[in-house]
Design a protein around this ligand. Structure first.
Ligand SMILES: Nc1ncnc2c1ncn2[C@@H]1O[C@H](COP(=O)(O)OP(=O)(O)OP(=O)(O)O)[C@@H](O)[C@H]1O
Ligand SMILES: [Mg+2]
Length: 403
């Protein structure tokens, strides 16, 4: 009887132990996955609280949220901790990462290198190297591994930061291409300047001679050539200006001048060249402003040029000025093709041109408005556009009055 009871007791004892083993497995698993914040251990005379998370919770959150993969490995290359980002880079679930051999996740071709990096890190305290990871979906990731030894409790471990270099490499390449383009533009425009100036000189001389001889046909033709050369000159000027603006080398004059006088001057000048449009104007009482007269004039010329260029078949261009409080504003209105709403803010960007069937038929570099906005910004003003496709556009700027 007593014997039977012992047997039953043994059975239940075994059952109890089994449950305990399963439980501790679950607990270890939870700790490994970082699901446990703290646990309490009963000692002979008290309860002791062991915190896993709370003490360094902010660091964990920080490491979880960083854009780099972060992990620690022990001396057997087993991953003790990994953030979600590292698992994301590998494209495997986090629970298939922690507890496994780090080197096994590295591509075959780089395993030797990675082993060397780890060895070097144990010896020197830190090491760095690049590997390329090809994922199943055909994604190729260049990765930078930065290793450091760290003290973890009583033992040492290695922490590894994994940086995805693909974005960096892409933007480096983009920057290189842009630099090349800029360099080309700046050299080309510089080299064009001298011959164009010389051509202009000869054309003017020839024209003068033909006029003197009474050969009006030839003189008129040369007049047209001269107009085209002027366009070319202003184009080259734009390119050189952009270069200087970007290097902060563009010189601005400081002078006080009559705003309306300048506006009238530009209207007359542009009307001479623009034959299919008639420039109307409505000017407020004249005011003095401070700044670079030529450059502000250049902005108005750009506005009028655009108004004429982008309103074929329409005749009117309206220039208006207004003074409100301490500012003067100028607007140029046309009744042409207009600009779609989603592109309006972009027209002031360097080299930006509206894309579309209609728009593609006009020549230009997309620099006029970029230069204009830089000039106006430098004078403490701002540029604006209002436009409706099919109805036309109003470009305007505001400048502070001189006091
Ligand atoms: N008045 C306007 N009406 C319609 N679209 C315009 C008007 N002004 C500018 N745009 C659009 O904005 C773009 C940028 O204008 P911007 O003057 O900077 O360059 P561009 O005229 O193309 O060339 P350029 O450098 O010779 O001036 C133009 O390409 C055009 O698409
Ligand atoms: Mg333009």
């Amino acid at each position: 009887m007593e014997k039977m009871q012992t047997y039953d007791q043994l059975l239940s004892r075994i059952e109890e132990l089994e449950t305990q083993v399963t439980e501790s497995h679950e607990i270890i698993d939870a700790i490994r996955k970082g699901e446990v914040d703290a646990f309490i251990v009963k000692t002979n005379d008290a309860h002791e609280l062991y915190t896993l998370r709370s003490a360094d919770k902010s660091y964990r959150v920080f490491i979880e949220q960083m854009n780099e993969g972060a992990l620690t490995i022990n001396e057997n290359n087993i991953i003790l901790y990994s953030n979600t980002r590292f698992a994301g880079l590998l494209n495997v679930p986090l629970e298939n990462v922690i507890g496994f051999d780090f080197t096994k996740f590295m591509p075959q071709a780089f395993r030797l290198l990675v082993t060397k990096l780890i060895k070097a890190c144990w010896e020197k305290g830190e090491s760095k190297g690049e590997v390329v990871l090809s994922r199943k979906e055909g994604i190729v990731l260049p990765l930078l591994l930065s290793m450091n030894t760290i003290q973890m409790g009583g033992s040492k471990a290695i922490s590894i930061i994994v940086t995805d270099l693909s974005l960096q490499k892409e933007s480096q390449q983009h920057k290189k291409a842009m630099d090349k383009k800029d360099e080309f533009i700046s050299i080309a425009s510089h080299e064009l300047k001298t011959p164009v100036t010389s051509i202009k000189g000869y054309v003017q001389l020839l024209r003068y001679n033909f006029e003197k001889e009474g050969n009006t046909v030839a003189a008129e033709m040369l007049g047209k050539v001269d107009t085209q050369i002027n366009k070319l000159t202003s184009l080259i000027g734009d390119l050189l200006d952009v270069k200087k603006m970007e290097n902060g080398q563009l010189q601005y004059q400081q002078e006080s001048f009559d705003f309306n006088e300048l506006v009238m001057e530009i209207i007359e000048e542009t009307q001479r060249v623009i034959v299919n449009h008639s420039i109307k104007y409505k000017l407020a009482e004249t005011k003095m402003i401070n700044g670079d007269r030529n450059k502000i004039g250049q902005v108005l010329t750009n506005f009028i040029d655009n108004a004429a260029k982008y309103s074929p078949g329409k005749t009117d261009i309206v220039v208006a000025t207004k003074t409100v409080d301490n500012t003067v504003s100028l607007s140029v209105q046309d009744f042409g093709i207009g600009i779609p709403a989603d592109q309006q803010s972009k027209v002031f960007e360097r080299f930006f041109r509206v894309n579309g069937e209609k728009e593609n038929t006009y020549a230009g570099l997309g620099l006029g408005l970029y230069i204009s906005s830089e000039i106006i910004k430098r004078h403490g003003g701002n540029l604006q556009v209002q436009s409706k496709p099919g109805n036309g556009s109003v470009f305007s700027f505001e400048l502070p009055l001189s006091h």
